[in-house]
Ligand binder design. Sequence first.
Ligand SMILES: Nc1ncnc2c1ncn2[C@@H]1O[C@H](COP(=O)(O)OP(=O)(O)OP(=O)(O)O)[C@@H](O)[C@H]1O
Ligand SMILES: [Mg+2]
Length: 371
Amino acid sequence: MSRTRPRATRGFGARLLLTQALLLVAGAVTAYLVASLVGPGLFHQHLLEAGTDPSSSETYHLEMAFRDALLVAMGVALLVSVGAALAVSVWFTRRVQRSTRRVVDAAADVAAGRYDVRVPASGLGVELDRMSSTINELGARLEQVEGTRRRMLSDLGHELRTPLATVEAHLEALEDGVIVPDATTFAVLRSSTHRLRRLADDLGAVSRAQEGRLELHPVRVDLGGLVDDVVATETAAFETRGVTLRTDPAAAAVIIDADPERLGQVLTNLLRNALRHTSAGGTVTVRTAQDGTHAVLHVVDDGEGITPEHLPHVFERFYRADSSRTTADGGGSGIGLTISRAIAEAHGGTLTARSQGAGTGATFALRLPRA
Ligand SMILES: Nc1ncnc2c1ncn2[C@@H]1O[C@H](COP(=O)(O)OP(=O)(O)OP(=O)(O)O)[C@@H](O)[C@H]1O
Ligand SMILES: [Mg+2]
């Protein structure tokens, strides 16, 4: 990366002082010229009008007194204003320099990867305060991104380790002749590679979704019809597990502009989650309704529910309330809800979860703007 070297220039304080000095000199020269050219003439004129003798020594002394008083007044005024300007410039420069130095130091810290620096507001005006708050926002944002990146890498490592360890152990056992390659061996190997493939696919999808790069092909659809299609596909799995799947459609068609495939993906994930967390004999209901300008879809189950400590995290990447559960025994990678929420938001909607706690079931609400 090429960086342009900053031009060596005079500091801010010197520039400010120079500007002030130039202004003062210009003001003083103008005042002096005007006062010495116009003042004595006017004074002389008024003396004549008052009837004094121009050649008398009184007139001479009066004129001298006027000239001297003018000179002293101007001199004192100039000295005081130069002193005041100097004091103000030094004071102001110091304050500005102090706060800009703080901002520059903070920016350097951020550049060096220390994202927790914060600059206090200088109180020197909106521009400088905005500069401080922008640096603070930048730091906070990078801190958050770095946190997510670190967590994601560690989660990813954790996710990859289990299927890789399984494959490795089986290959070793095969090599050493500890096991023979039979249907079970291949099933285990296939399930591990399947998990790795799914992880790779999910990761791609979640990155695209969170970066807002999800390609949507919205069309005008009836939400009820979309629900019926997904429910028809998922019914068999529910029957196998002995869980009842019900739909509770809205009185009238609920029309939205949405990508049916993406919304189908959201609904499928919600239904599979509900099924995974509801035991035989339980019920899952998909309710469609209108709420003012929005279409609302609820997926309600009476299964194991979500405890208050887990509830705020279920939409996070790789988050699973029961992390001991793996794909092999019916668990997922904890990405489904992250992708689903990103899809809902890409449609200008929201996806939220509610649960009264363990054993009370869970409700997921998808709200989308109506067409
Ligand atoms: N209906 C539900 N009842 C109870 N807990 C749920 C329900 N839906 C989701 N959860 C909890 O939220 C976690 C995250 O769900 P998410 O769909 O993101 O991941 P997953 O289902 O574990 O894996 P994936 O969807 O990637 O296969 C789940 O692991 C589970 O702990
Ligand atoms: Mg899921």
